[in-house]
Design a binder for this molecule. Sequence first.
Ligand code: ASP
Ligand code: MG
Length: 413
Amino acid sequence: MGLIVQKFGGTSVANAERIKAAAKRIVDTYNAGNKVIVVVSARGQTTDELIDLAYEIMDNPSTREMDMLMSTGEQISIALVAMAIHAMGYPAVSFTGGQVGIVTDSSHTKARIKNINTQRMQKELDKGTIIIVAGFQGIDANENITTLGRGGSDTTAVALAAIMKADRCEIFTDVDGIYTADPRKVPHARKLDKVSYDEILELASLGAQVMHSRSIEFAKKYNVPLYVRSSFNTNEGTLICKEVGEMENIVVSGVAISKDDAKITIRAIPDVPGQAAKIFHEIAGKNINVDMIIQNASIEGRADVTFTVPRIDLRLALETAEKIRKDLNAKEVLHDSKIAKLSAVGIGMRSHCGVAEKMFSALAKEKINIQMISTSEIKISCVIDEAHADRALRTIHTAFGLDKVENAEVAKI
Ligand code: ASP
Ligand code: MG
């Protein structure tokens, strides 16, 4: 007998029929002799619809009210899932994040969990009740409702699994597991049996919308193995766990593309010490996350600095860059929001060489220009023109030998 946390994403509870199917899986797990904590997301596109509605009312709603609004989506789901379990004749009780003691900081719409009070959950589990918790939400010290950022239900599930010392955390979703690339963009993508936290962290932040990044950080920190699987079938899913020796043999585990960034260049900055510090101090002061940065070698005492920022922050970043340009007496500010970041990730990169070369040659053969390059121990990213995004993704997927076997043969001919 163990304790199992099961998380059902939005598509897995989209309508009554799916809610009943989820309830059946929960009850099966319970009947196998386990205690069960369930975390659910808002049904289908509910969260997006709520956000759209808010913007129909006003352009910049307060983040506190956004949290009040967005958190309602999950509340609908928990009640319905609890009812579906009752309908099968089993005990279940639903709780909001606040009720179950998930306390966060006060950063509305991107709050971080600070602590979780386990008493109420423990009491219900001891009674043999199945607990259904609203994902993505908590309360701050003043009892304001907060949310954890889009996709945050994963984080709720992992946090509960960690604090309750669950034996397993199962993530039920609309895909069979984690693939070498997004199968909607790369038809020959393969499902991975096992992948490390570090690889998933890179892939998730690179636009492979597998799981909420925070949830993986949490899982890594507390060593919670995650099993990602489909709620629509009983196929084997993907296990996300800490790195084990055999993983080193796989040079590239997955490739991803993200179109979430924009590029800004500040041209002809006088090349004296302290300039980069000034630029990124200003940008950080506006709470804008910078990802890639390049500075070219200076020509005639002036250098260009190019960096990427989230597209949603482009307007603010440009205003800030313009101010910096004036302060530093630089020439001009250029920008491009039609870029895509293409990345290859794999733990084996640490011990194999020639990986970057393979990616660059594959792109060169396709005549795709590389605008920026950055690397980490287990990742290579290139910024390219957004127009080539999906073709570039398929190209490197094939180049790294990730295609399903049938296709690899086709590729050879
Ligand atoms: N409902 C929230 C969202 O759509 C949280 C989640 O699905 O995990 O972002
Ligand atoms: Mg969702």
